[in-house]
Design a protein around this ligand. Structure first.
Ligand code: NDP
Length: 280
């Protein structure tokens, strides 16, 4: 039976390190958060980010823009925050109103203030193994893997999902640790090859957003399984993988909720401290 790989205790440990790093900075770090309009999801992220920031000694400044804010206005606002030396990091809350294209406007955040790690410069640095600011979810997965104490060198790692925020950066981070990485996506499923690849995984990471996509009995004996997926099924939150049958085969497995989720805000705050250090 697998050991449970929970995010909360790891997050608590990292938060202690962040607190010490915050104290060592010359100034209290400031995270500017932009929310356009009022969306229940964004409001709830802001609430949890505010609480974590406060606990770590980070100043969280929320900028609430109108629902009808144009892209041009938002870009100007980002430029002002870029120029403001007291601001160390900038985050844009999702979802945004329909008239705003996140990909377009997020490129205007200076790479050294991009605490979500999604600016092309920061993504590019991952390729060179030089990134200090990492996409939060991918970084959270790497922390979970680190906690198992298993050396990734030469391991068969299978990543299911190739999104820009999770699957793609994660596959590069795994490669950097010398895992042999296979990335599966919709094309893999359509070719009927998903099961075949998943069965080879010594490290299995699933980030798709489809409940029950990965059958529990596909999991290789002793595999480390990280389920990033979040799906609401009959008022319950579940991952992309059938948990009960999978935990019979895995050596480590993340619960959903309680695995990756609790670590992502912590990774955001760690990025902010890195950003503040880079700016000093
Ligand atoms: P995206 O929708 O951006 O990406 C999903 C990926 O899965 C795409 O690469 C897609 O391929 C692929 N895919 C879709 N269907 C299949 C299939 N049948 N077989 C194989 N691959 C498939 O989602 P995200 O990466 O943003 O998020 C993935 C999941 O992780 C979601 O449930 C999300 O809620 C969760 N999440 C959780 C976080 C946390 O903190 N715990 C943080 C971020 C995300 P294609 O694009 O080619 O269709």
């Amino acid at each position: 039976m697998a050991k449970l790989l929970e995010g909360k205790p790891i997050a608590e440990k990292i938060k202690e390190e962040i607190k010490q790093e915050v104290q060592a900075l010359k100034h209290k770090p400031v995270l500017a958060s932009i929310m356009a309009g009022e969306n229940a999801g964004a409001v709830s992220y802001v609430k949890s980010q505010t609480k974590v920031a406060e606990n770590l000694g980070i100043e969280y400044k929320l900028h609430n823009l109108a629902q009808d804010t144009s892209e041009a206005t938002l870009i100007d606002f980002i430029k002002k925050l870029n120029a403001d030396k007291s601001v160390n990091g900038i985050i844009i809350q999702m979802p945004l109103p329909a008239q705003i294209d996140y990909k377009k406007i997020s490129q205007f955040i200076l790479p050294e203030k991009d605490v979500e790690g999604m600016h092309p410069v920061n993504i590019g640095k991952i390729v060179f193994g030089k990134a200090k600011i990492l996409p939060c979810t991918a970084a959270a997965v790497m922390e979970l893997l680190k906690e198992t104490g298993v050396d990734l060198y030469g391991k068969e790692a299978v990543v299911v999902g190739h999104s820009e925020i999770v699957g793609k950066p994660l596959s590069l981070l795994l490669l950097d640790k010398f895992a042999t990485v296979t990335v599966c996506h919709i094309g893999t499923s359509k070719a009927g090859k998903l099961e075949e690849h998943v069965r080879t995984a010594e490290i299995l990471i699933v980030a798709v957003g489809k409940a029950g996509l990965i059958k529990g009995d596909w999991v290789k004996e002793g595999a480390i399984v990280i389920d990033v997926g979040i799906n609401r099924v009959a008022d319950k939150i579940v991952g992309d993988l059938e948990f009960e049958p999978a935990e019979k085969h895995a050596s480590w497995i993340t619960p959903v909720p309680g695995g990756v989720g609790p670590l992502t805000v912590t990774m955001l705050m760690r990025n902010l401290v890195e950003a503040a250090k880079l700016q000093q």
